[in-house]
Write a protein that binds this ligand. Sequence first.
Ligand SMILES: [Zn+2]
Ligand SMILES: [Zn+2]
Length: 174
Amino acid sequence: MLIDLIEILQKEEGTKKVQTKVEREKFLAAKFEYKITDSDVKFVFTNAGKKHINVKCTGNVIIEAPCFRCLEPVTFTINIDSTKDMDMNKTAEEKIADLDEENYLEGTVFDTEVFVFNEILVNLPMKVLCKEDCKGICNRCGANLNKGFCDCDTAVPDPRMSKILDVFNQFKEV
Ligand SMILES: [Zn+2]
Ligand SMILES: [Zn+2]
């Protein structure tokens, strides 16, 4: 959602509340697909004087992503609670130097989608696991080893091994 902050800037006590949802439905991170299944995000913009606007964003985003080891879908919630000061005096060049702000603010137009998406990425867990000791899948037949043994003789579920693979995969993804 795009919000023009010009009205808030022009009023000394200018303030605006907006409730919205994340528009995008999915995204890729570390080669895994993350689905945004639901969201509820609130913004409060306040004129902080001297052409500064304070933005406070709070809310929840429900995400579904595959477990990094066994690929079963895992649902988790990201809580957003972020406050930022936006300096509207900045010239275009100064904004480019401040990449963070540049991206969700164009002139006086604020993009809630970009802001929330930044927050999602910052708060994303390093790795999604269905449970800490997830045994992963058999690398021969693909059976989910949390659901029991498969018939492959090499498929001795060793949690130490799955952790090593996990670390190894993470390195590859970076
Ligand atoms: Zn798992
Ligand atoms: Zn197997």
